[in-house]
Structure formats: C-alpha cells, structure tokens
Design a protein around this ligand. Structure first.
Ligand SMILES: NC(=O)c1ccc[n+]([C@@H]2O[C@H](COP(=O)([O-])OP(=O)(O)OC[C@H]3O[C@@H](n4cnc5c(N)ncnc54)[C@H](OP(=O)(O)O)[C@@H]3O)[C@@H](O)[C@H]2O)c1
Length: 312
C-alpha cells in the first residue's frame, strides 16, 4: 500500500481510504468484514461523517455498533469524521460552523461511534456565515480535550484555508475534494488557463497548487462519479470513449479498469489519497491494486484526452 505523508510530522497514512457513505446498506457483520479486509489489503483509514445515512448519524451508529461488537477494532483504525452539515426537521440540509454547533456535533459523533476520540475531524462544506475565530477556538478546545488528534477541511477554497489558519493553533493537515476522471476540472484548469473558455474558469482558487505549496494533503472523494455524485462513469454509455481508453491502459498493466481509475487519480502529485465508496470487497481490492501502478505520462494523458479535456 502506498502511503501519503500527512501533516507537519509527515505521518505516513494509507493512500486508500475506506469511504462509508453507502455503509447504511450494510449490517455490522458486513462492515466488520470490510474493515478487516481493508486492513488485510494494507489500509486502516476509515472516513465517515455525521450526515451519512438517514436519519442523521445512521452510518456512524452502524460503525459504533461494529466497534462495540468487535473489541479492539476501533484502536486498529485511523478514524475520520466530518461535521458542519446539519438538517431541518423536514430533512433539508444547511451548514453551521458555530463553535457551539461543532462541539455538539463532535460529541454526538463520538457517542454514536462509541469512541472517546477521532483521529481526524474535518469541516464538511463551507459555511457562508462562519467566523473563523470561532472554528479555530472549537478546534483548540477539541484538541485540548483530547477528542480530536488532527484537523482538516473539505470542499474549501485556498483563501478559506488561509483565513482559518490565521486563527488556528492546530495545523490544517488535509482537505477532501471531489476528483475523478469524469470530474477533473481542478487539474484541467491550470492547463486550460488563458485559452479554453469553459475549462479556463478558476472554480476552486487553484486548490491543487495551493495544497502542494502548503503541505495540505488532498483526499479525492467520489473517484467513480460524474457530476455531483450523479452516477458512476464506469461502463456508462455516455463515457464510452474514456472507458475504452481506460480499458486500453488496463490491458497494458494487466489490471481492471477500476484499478486504472484510481491509479489515474493517484498519479497526480497533488492527490496522494483516494476515498473509495464501493461496498463490494472485490472492487475495493481492485482499487487498492492501484497503489502498485504508476501510469506513464502517455497513459495518463491518453485517458485525460479521451475524457474530453483540452490540451492546447
Ligand atoms: N467530503 C465530501 O464532501 C464527500 C462527499 C462525498 C463522498 N465523500 C467520501 O468519499 C467516499 C467515496 O465517495 P462515493 O461513495 O461517492 O464514491 P465512489 O467510490 O466514486 O462511488 C461508489 C459508488 O459507485 C458504485 N460503483 C459502480 N461501479 C463501480 C466500480 N466499477 N468501481 C467502484 N464503484 C462502482 C458503487 O457501487 P457498489 O457499492 O455496488 O460497488 C458505489 O455505489 C464516500 O464514501 C465518503 O466517505 C466525501
């Protein structure tokens, strides 16, 4: 398993992260099986969030029950959760980064997860009304209370991270961004700048170069989705050309297209970790196999071009 060196101490963490957004479909025995299998494959990093599953907290509760039924399991994993998204009684989501809300969210997550601490806590999606001083204060308190060891953000622009860092005493070690072959604008924009109208538009403030410059690790989420988690592009008829290109590259390495989809992401030097959402163990293993492959420039750009991105 490849590792990513995360945070100021360059903590070596697995490149493949177990994503649990769809774990509401599983029972605790199945969850335990998947976590143990992931560890056999070399990754013990599990990502979740307060908002995964309905009602709020369902996936965290399933994970917590899994830990309760399997003593010692929690301590073997790097546990990451996210907060800041909350819900009206009718189910509509909104964001709240107030200190009071973040502390309450964290305590609820810890209680559901049946653990006294998270290894990583991330702010899930930017809150328009946030006061960065308050978030920094919340992080400080979480750290002092021993409830969170490390911190990060998600779907945040560089100036948002800078604003937070202005007040934070703890380092902002990582961010999660949506990134896949079919959703690659953040790496296309620097190539298209000054030339191609659509792709030249900077929609994320140059997050990839920012993160490399500031040692913020990017975790790619939804590595198999197009649009905003609209569907999987693997074998999708609208993505035939890129599927054919992936298959051609897969044939060169003697692996599956699933492996190549993850290898394509990990080949980008700004994205050392991928959060995998499949509930299928075979697919998860194919994703881990991406760590053994380094695509050549020719392979990487072949897939890039087949996905319809501009080059010159
Ligand atoms: N920070 C954020 O804002 C954010 C947002 C969304 C997600 N996330 C995190 O990222 C993780 C991954 O996101 P995701 O679940 O949307 O991503 P994904 O890994 O791109 O998609 C997984 C989904 O695609 C399906 N799928 C179909 N064919 C597949 C194939 N050949 N290979 C792999 N998957 C295939 C899977 O079904 P099967 O289960 O049947 O394989 C599963 O439903 C989440 O679990 C969550 O932890 C973070």
């Amino acid at each position: 398993m490849k590792t990513a060196l995360v945070g100021p101490n360059k903590n070596p963490l697995p490149a493949i992260v177990v994503g649990t957004m769809h774990y509401d479909e599983l029972n605790t025995k199945e969850v335990c099986e998947r976590i143990n299998y992931a560890m056999e494959l070399g990754t013990n990093y599990v990502d979740t969030a307060n908002c995964y599953g309905k009602p709020e907290g369902l996936v965290e509760s399933i994970l917590g029950k899994t830990f309760e039924e399997n003593p010692g399991l929690r301590d073997q994993i790097v546990l990451q959760s996210k907060g800041g998204i909350t819900f009206y009684p009718d189910g509509r989501p909104y964001h709240n980064y107030s200190k009071e809300h973040l502390m309450k969210t964290l305590d609820a997550s810890l209680s559901r997860l049946k653990t006294d601490h998270l290894d990583y806590f991330l702010l899930h999606r930017a809150d328009a009304l946030w006061e960065p001083e308050e978030v920094a204060d919340a992080f400080d308190t979480m750290k002092k209370q021993g409830k969170v060891l490390h911190f990060g953000v998600s779907n945040e622009v560089p100036y948002g991270i800078e604003l937070l860092k202005k007040y934070c005493t703890v380092p902002i070690e990582l961010t999660q961004m949506q990134f896949s072959i079919a959703h690659a604008d953040m790496c296309v924009q620097p190539i298209a700048t000054n030339n191609h109208d659509f792709y030249a538009v900077d929609r994320d403030g140059g997050i990839m170069n920012y993160c490399r410059l500031n040692d913020v690790t990017i975790q790619a989420w939804s590595p198999f989705q197009y649009g905003f988690i609209e569907g999987c592009f693997m074998d999708h008829p609208d993505y035939k050309e890129v599927n054919d290109a992936m298959q051609a590259v897969a044939d060169i390495y003697g692996v599956s297209k699933t492996t190549i989809a993850v290898a394509w992401i990990l080949r980008h030097p700004a994205v050392p970790q991928v959060v995998i959402g499949t509930t299928k163990m075979k697919r998860f293993a194919e994703c881990c196999a991406a760590c053994d492959i380094k695509l050549t420039y020719e392979d990487w750009y072949n897939i890039y071009l087949a996905a319809g991105y501009p080059i010159m």
